[in-house]
Design a binder for this molecule. Structure first.
Ligand SMILES: [Cu+2]
Length: 321
């Protein structure tokens, strides 16, 4: 971290009363790139590490209202792995919670560095929901991660994008406004892109009201029987999104898998395709712990590195656990 001593002192203090964190560094193909906040817009909480709790605030977008918001833009290849590092007290996604990653394409004649990300422009490319089993337990595969790694869908059209990560901490989410959003936005130029139509598209603010069952939730008692991940379904690049279609093209998919306790999640999802099940050869040794290994439309590795097992989280997401 720049100003490491200041942040370390703040973090050390906060560690005694709470544990907060930021995501200041971009990872491209496994390597951390640049300095803190070089390719990621410096967030208002870069020193105090506090979360956003008002989902109707513009700070729910990139949390950079008090900063210049002028990061640099770096190149990433469509289909490659990109990620964020976690810094805080401690340096991981400490709280019980879930994670989403969204992308938004800057307008054609606009430099992403000067674009605010407003409008109904965001599509989800990755998520790590909570795992439930009908009320016996609830676990959070995102919790404890020191890095968030995901794949930019190979069908993503070339161009400049914001990539927005959010970890939604749920430990005090039983009252309205209690959920804590830890947010960061990276600036990238996607190269060698595809011809997909990303979607469904949402706006920030706008995507959430704060009353969603996955945001306003008591995670302790009774133990939730199921968990509904906030936001739209993940766009994997398979098929087209909803950008050019209306309600007629969207069908609700009933849960048809045998995975436990995911009915509520699955039935709230929408899908425009259900036949794309292409798989690519697994990487040697299989995917890493917490990596995605399956789900509707998934085309990446389908096996996990030992000793992790590819575990069905819901229809759309299997993970190495
Ligand atoms: Cu905290």
């Amino acid at each position: 971290m720049k100003s490491f001593s200041v942040v370390a002192l703040v973090a050390a203090y906060l560690a005694n009363v709470s544990a907060h964190y930021v995501l200041p560094d971009l990872i491209v193909n496994g390597a951390t790139t640049g300095n803190d906040w070089q390719y990621i817009r410096q967030t208002n909480n870069w020193q105090d590490l506090n979360p956003v709790t008002d989902v109707t605030s513009t700070d729910i977008r990139c949390y950079d209202s008090l900063e210049s918001g002028t990061a640099s833009t770096t190149s990433v290849t469509a289909g490659s792995k990109v990620g964020f590092t976690v810094y805080g007290g401690p340096n991981n996604l400490y709280h019980d919670g879930v994670l989403n990653v969204y992308m938004a394409k800057a307008p054609a004649d606009t430099d992403v560095a000067s674009w605010d990300g407003s409008g109904t422009v965001w599509f989800k490319v990755y998520e790590i929901p909570a795992v439930t089993d009908g009320g016996k337990s609830i676990t959070y595969p995102a919790t404890g991660l020191t890095q968030v790694i995901f794949t930019v869908p190979s069908a993503t059209p070339s161009g400049q994008y914001l990539i927005r990560v959010e970890h939604i901490a749920l430990h005090v989410a039983s009252t309205f406004g209690g959920a804590q959003f830890y947010i960061a936005c990276a600036q990238v130029e996607v190269t060698n892109g595809g011809t997909g139509t990303p979607g469904p598209l949402v706006a920030f603010p706008g995507a959430y009201t704060g009353n969603e069952p996955g945001i306003l939730i008591n995670i302790y008692y009774p133990i939730p029987a199921n968990y509904t991940q906030p936001g739209p379904p993940v766009w994997t690049g398979a098929g087209s999104g909803s950008a050019s279609s209306t309600t007629g093209a969207v069908t609700t998919t009933k849960a048809t898998t045998t995975s436990k306790a995911t009915t509520a999640t699955a039935t709230t999802r929408t899908s425009t395709t259900s036949t794309a099940t292409a798989t690519s050869p697994p990487a040697s040794g299989g995917a890493a712990q917490y990596a995605q290994c399956g789900g509707q439309g998934w085309v990446g590795a389908s096996t996990c590195a030992s000793p992790f097992k590819c575990t069905v989280v819901n229809t759309f997401y299997s993970q190495c656990l």
